[in-house]
Every structure is written in structure tokens, then in C-alpha cells.
Write a protein that binds this ligand. Sequence first.
Ligand SMILES: [Zn+2]
Length: 502
Amino acid sequence: MPLAVLHSRALSGLDAPPVTVEVHLATGLPAFNLVGLPDTEVKESRDRVRAALQNTAFEFPRRKITVNLAPADLPKESGRFDLPIALGILAATEQIPAEPLPHFEFAGELALTGDLRPIRGALAMTLKAHRDGRAFVLPQASAEEAALVRNAVVHPATNLLSVCAHLTGRKPLPRTLAPAASIVEDTAPDLSDVKGQAAPKRALEVAAAGGHSLLMLGPPGTGKSMLAQRLPGLLPPMSEDESLESAAVHSLTGRFRLEDWGRRPLRTPHHTASAVALVGGGGDPRPGEISLAHHGVLFLDELPEWDRRVLEVLREPLEAGRIHISRAARQASFPARFQFVAAMNPCPCGYLGHPSGRCHCTPDNIARYRGRISGPLLDRIDVQIEVPALPSDALPSRAGANGESSAVVRERVSRACARQRTRQGKLNAHLQPREIERLCRLDARGEALLRSALARLALSARAYHRILKVARTIADLASAEEIGAAHIAEAIGYRRLDRMRA
Ligand SMILES: [Zn+2]
């Protein structure tokens, strides 16, 4: 049979569109033409496939070989197609049988020796291959993450010869099974490690319970980073779908680790990070920190030190939970539903209001420092709090004096989240203005308090909606149907920076 057709996958964002690899042999002068890949990658791919076939003692046909990767306009990285191209040549020359090929998808980069090298995105590709009812043959190092797709048939292979032995039936490849449903080990840092700071801990619980973004303002060393690191541990356990989505995004960067399965991610990029590193991009678009934080937490420390233009790009994903990247001809979209947490010092030196009195920053300097954060970004942060310096004699010396453990708080948070999902199918942070009017009902005293606060503090319409959403979460934590005055009062207390600007 001078024609062989095999199935493989390209990657486009988190999607893995199908690619057919057609290999055709014709009489004529020996040639090896490859259609459907960028010119720069064609030569490398041809060289790898030719060498791998010759070094595994197969015959490389002295005929006119044409390989066509279709469709032609998909973004493709050549390496992953080495394996299907090599197998196609072998099937077209009847060195292996062609009959089993339609039942499989293949991806893997060949070393010159015929060994298979890992590829990125194996999990996203397997999700689609499984949906289309095919087994997936993958490099061994990529097969483990692929097997996380429930019931997917994944065959790990170390080299070209072992794949051929599988197709001839001489020696079937093993099947990689999903790792035993392991209970995610609770190694996350615990809330009870943070000394004192009862009010900020409460704000962290409220943020966790409603999916609210959080800004912490306070001098260095008061535990802002410690608190942020403990937020993922307060969130409800990840569902299987959430775990798969998170793992698939990490797999796109080739850095998924099995021990992170089912664990909410915490990403803490440094303020020198570029816009591409933060939101994703590149010639062949890769996910950035905001997508690696999908279903988890993105923590930006020293917020005023970040480049304003870098922060501006956070606005779209904060609203939409997705990021669209278009660069030249290539477009990609990645999920980015993360909980946003930021921290900053109160002034350039960091010690404004510190009991030591060591701050000598002028009001102008302080205003300029805070002005580096754009109003529109600040407007999108639901909960804004101060994390004050503790007087040194307030440090508790007794064990157990630090308050509740993460597990106890997580229980309350999970109940509050479940109430929201039952009522409206999403967390309060993601309510649209019209839904807020309908779902955030106040009792009479709550209504009166909110009205007087609006007049007194001159809050914007956005701030008004944010107060209502946060108050709804506080009421959900208390299992209350209506929002009362106490809930509103606490929510108003979380607009720290609005009040400073007013
Ligand atoms: Zn200062």
C-alpha cells in the first residue's frame, strides 16, 4: 500500500485539534518532501525521521516520499509528528501492518537513535483523543500525565521499535493507568502558623468564601505573604474537572508534576516579570502565570513596583476568567479564572504608622507611591485591608494561641461556596451587576446603613456593587438569607483604599 494515513494532534491554546499525517510513496527520483510545516522545521524533522529509521535497522525507501500534514493552517511544532511520520513511511512500505493504525493517535519526537522524547501538552491532546475513541501512543515521559484522563487508553513507548512491535502484535505496549486515586496530602502551610492578625485572617476567609480578590496593605514583616500562601489551603477541594483543567494548562508548559494533581496552584511571580510571562504569549503562544494559577491563586507582592502596563493586562482575565492572545497570525485562548491577591507597603519606606515611628515619607511621596496602582485595577479588588504591625508583646507564646487551623476555616468556606453554587451557579465575586440587584437583598437596617455610607464616603458605583457582593459572602458564611447591617458594616470596612482616596 503506497499510502498511509495516521492521526495526531496539534496544540492551539488548551485545544488540541486533529491533524492527519498522510504518507505517499511514488516511483521516481528518491526525495523526501514534507508539506504543512514551517520551512525552518521541515529539514530538522526529515533528518530526525531518516536517522531514526536507519538507526533502528529499518529500510529507508529510495523512492519519492511525500508527507502531508493536514489541515495546513494549524499551528504545529514539528517534533511531535516525528513518530507518526516514521510509522507512516513504515506502513506505506509494508514494513509494518497498516490495519491497526486508525485505532491509534501518535505523538512523539524522535532522537536520532530512535528513542522517543517527551512532548508538551500530552494531557490536552489525550482529552481529545479519548473523546474521539482512539488510544494514544506517547513517549513514556508524557504518558503518566495523559493517563489522568479517566478511562483514556494511553500506551507509553520508549522508542520507535517498541511502537512497531506493538502494531505487529509481537509485543504489546503496556497501558499506563491513572495513578491510584491518591488523597491529596495536606502539606500546605497552615493558617495557625500565622501569629495574631485575627482581622486579616477573617478577611482572608471572606475572600476565600466568595472568590473575592484581595489587597493587603501593611509594613514589611507583618505576615502579608504568609497569609497569601495560606489562601489555597482555605479553598474547597478541587473537583476532578478542575484538576484536569489545571493539569492540562501546566502540561502545555511541559512542567506538570504528578504530585501537584488535585492541588490548587499558587503562583507568585516577581515584579520584574514581563507581560508575556504574566499573561502568556510568545511566537507559539504559551500560557502565562495567570493561566498557571487557573482554579488557584495569583499573588503579586509589592504591587506598586509592578509596571503599570503589565498590570493593565490583568483587567480582561479578572473580568472574563480567560485571556485571548493574538500575535501575528497566531491566536490562542487560555483559561485564567484565578483568585487575585496583592500586597503592598503603605508608603515608599514601608513603615507608615509603624509603632517605631521610623517613617519620614512626605504626604506627596505617599500619594505618588499609591498612585502607581491604577484606579481601574484597584476598583476590581473586592477586599482591601490593612495588615498592621503587631506590638512585640502581642506575640503569643502559648502553643495553640494562633487561632483556627486551615481545615476548620476550609469547612466554613466550603459550606458558603456550596450555598452560592446552589443559589446562582457561581461564586459571588463573579456576579454581574444585574444579578447583584436581584440576588443581594438587604434587610431594612442593612439598606439604611448602606445608603448613609454611600453618601458619607462618596463611593463609586463599582465600589457599591463590590460592597454588596462581599456583604452577600459574609451573609453566606453566617448562613443568612438576607444581608443585614452587620454584614454591610463589615463589607464597608474592606474598602480601605477607597476611603483613603476619598
Ligand atoms: Zn514611609
